[in-house]
Write a protein that binds this ligand. Sequence first.
Ligand code: FES
Length: 154
Amino acid sequence: MKKHPTKEDILEAIENQPKISKITVLSCLLAVNSKYHYIPKIAVEEIANYTGKTTNDVWGVASFYTNFRFTPPGKATLDVCWGPSCHLQGSQDLLKNVHDLLGIDHEGETADGKITLRYSTCLGACSQGPVFAIDHKLYGKANIKKIEKEISEI
Ligand code: FES
């Protein structure tokens, strides 16, 4: 299981932002997200302390952007495309099989925290559909056996 960042880890991420003219709540959130791939609760408190804002102010900014998540991602991310091309090439059936394989029926983390499943509207390889990606590495002409094989190596 991954270690959750400490107060000191968060402060280091905030203070090591690339040189920008003004440190803001958003720049701090981006720095923490870039390092940990999510915004832990402790980061909201640290960013509030660091910028002189309230935790409500920080939550307000963080929750406005749908790209921020507030729970740790899985060890690996599986993107399954359900865009128009992949849809025509069988992605709905594939996705149903992926749900069965992972034991979840929606986007999110598996019970063991190993995999984060995400639906994609296009992974940019439409002619190879259906397409999936593991940690941004693309695989075309997908079928459940191919996904099962790649996942088993995580
Ligand atoms: S629609 Fe699936 S890769 Fe483009």
